[in-house]
Structures are given as C-alpha cells and as structure tokens.
Write a protein that binds this ligand. Structure first.
Ligand code: CU
Length: 235
C-alpha cells in the first residue's frame, strides 16, 4: 500500500510539472480577441440557486488550419512554428457571466488517443457531473479515446473564488470520413453546463498531449490562441 502511494504521488507530481509548464509559459503571451458567452434566457435547473441567467458559447477544435478554417492570428515566428497544429476556434480568450448557468457547445474535429492522466478523461465541475456527447449523457470517456480537454485551472490567485471545470472531448476515429478540407463530416459534439460564481480570471489548458516538444506539452499546448487561454468570469 505504501509503495502504491509513493508511485501515485510521483505520478501526480509529474502531471503537475508537465501541466504547469504549459500553464505558466502561456501567461506571458498576447491575448486573442475576446469570445463572450451570449445571454439567452434563464434556467431554473440549478441545484441551490433557483432561477439564474443562462448563457451559451460555441467552441470548435480543429486538427489543423485549412482554406476553410484559417489559423489563429500570430506573429510570423509562431505561425511557422505552429503550422499544422491543432487549435481551439474562434478564440481562446473566453468570457462568461458571473452567477449564471453557462452551456459550452464543443464541436471536435481532431483525432486523439491515450491521455496520460485518466482524471482528465472524466467530467469535473459541471452542474450535474455529466456532459452530453453526441446526444447521450456521460460522466467520462475512455482514457484511450480522448482528443483534447478544456480544463480551467482553479486558484490562479488565492483571492479568487474557487472555480474548476474540466471537460474531455472525445476523439474522432482515425479513419473517419472527411470533407474536402480534411475535417470529419460527422464530428464529435459535446455540451457541458456549469454554474459560475463571483467574478474571477482563470487560465485554461488542454490536458491531452496534443502538442510537440517536451512530452507533447509544448508548441500549441503552451500557446494562447491554440490550446491555452484565459477564462474570465465577469460581473
Ligand atoms: Cu489539445
């Protein structure tokens, strides 16, 4: 048992180091344009809060840019370095309203594989612990079938309210039928609904090793506009 705990602690420490490299190095970069959730009504579906405003945001994940989907805006060095790499679209600078119910609809066009830490193959922080995947309610996906994750990190500063959300986005099969631009014609559709609290500014990352360089956590994984960004809860 003790040996198991030592191994577990070592694995967790490794994950923190690797995940942290992306999170820390993404902080110094320029911000892509703000993508704000749109208020579209109210919901009474919250566990403790009664009726709250509801807002919706749409995000896509592409395996690479194409004539149909331009790459994120970047300087010439980043553009060359990151050409052919996956990215979130249309932006990674996310804004959602405080004290609201927010639904993010993801459309995931990339392939994938085995995630290093199965923790991130599970949904964390949604309103009822689930997400909707191609119309079905699920709590996780198989850890060898992950494309990307959308993971908002808690406590960037101790003065901020607690917020943690992590959503696994399932992969498309490598042999999925694709369109002219090379994207699956039948991409993975994921929706997650969560409740926000008071205002705060957080960072998010993908936690699937979809980049290059160190443990596939470099390149797009540490670059805002690609696989990392900010997540701002605004009052
Ligand atoms: Cu990713």
């Amino acid at each position: 048992m003790k040996k198991f705990l030592v191994i577990l602690a070592t694995v967790l420490a490794g994950v923190l180091v690797v995940g942290g490299i992306g999170a820390v190095s993404s902080i110094s970069q320029e911000e892509p344009p703000v993508l704000a959730a749109t208020l579209d009504g109210t919901t009474m579906d919250t566990p403790n809060n009664g009726t709250l405003p509801h807002a919706t945001l749409d995000l896509s994940v592409y395996p690479n840019s194409s004539d149909a989907v331009p790459p994120p805006k970047a300087g010439p060095y980043e553009s060359a370095w990151l050409s052919g790499q996956p990215f979130y679209h249309p932006s990674t600078t996310i804004q959602v309203p405080a004290n609201s119910v927010v639904t993010i609809n993801f459309t995931q066009y990339d392939s994938g594989g085995q995630i290093y830490n199965p923790f991130f193959a599970h949904v964390h922080g949604s309103m009822d612990g689930t997400m909707t995947w191609n119309g079905k309610s699920v709590k996780n996906v198989k850890s060898d079938s992950v494309g990307h994750t959308f993971t908002v990190h808690q406590y960037p500063e101790s003065s901020q309210p607690y917020f943690f959300l992590s959503v696994p986005l399932p992969m498309n099969a490598a042999n999925a039928k694709t369109d002219k631009a090379g994207y699956p014609v039948d991409p993975q559709k994921i929706s997650v609904t969560f409740v926000t609290g008071e205002a705060g500014t957080y960072v998010w990352n993908c936690e699937f090793p979809c980049g290059d360089e160190y443990q596939e956590f470099g390149g797009p994984m540490q670059t805002r506009g690609w696989m990392a960004g900010t997540f701002e809860v605004v009052a």
